[in-house]
Write a protein that binds this ligand. Structure first.
Ligand code: SF4
Ligand code: SF4
Length: 97
């Protein structure tokens, strides 16, 4: 069985963080709920144009807004973002130790 990076709760119990791995931007509605609960500056709202180009979320050319992973390395694997996502578009995975 693979070993994963683990943490310890305040009470001394071991737990396995599950880090943000992927956001399904086809399902994402850009509501921003995940962004609001993440205190680690991992996520970023981006805009996608009609041609599929990535632009600033508030650019006039943005036809759709979706969430993206900006700083994956900042994630602590708390899974809060996934819990508040009504579209279940955020996938998390433990990290091999
Ligand atoms: S798992 Fe936690 S730290 Fe990682 S992106 Fe989601 S809310 Fe932020
Ligand atoms: S909570 Fe889900 S639907 Fe809303 S922006 Fe985040 S990933 Fe997209």
């Amino acid at each position: 069985m693979a070993d994963f990076v683990t943490g310890t709760t305040r009470g001394g119990k071991s737990w396995t963080p599950k880090f943000v791995e992927h956001i399904d931007q086809k399902l994402c509605i850009g509501c921003g709920r995940c962004f609001k609960v993440c205190g680690r500056d991992v996520l970023e709202l981006i805009g996608i144009t009609e041609d599929g180009d990535i632009v600033d979320a508030f650019d006039d050319e943005a036809e759709k807004k979706v969430m993206s992973v900006k700083n994956a390395g900042n994630c602590i694997g708390c899974e809060s973002c996934g819990k508040v996502c009504s579209k279940s578009c955020i996938a998390h995975l433990p990290q091999a130790a």
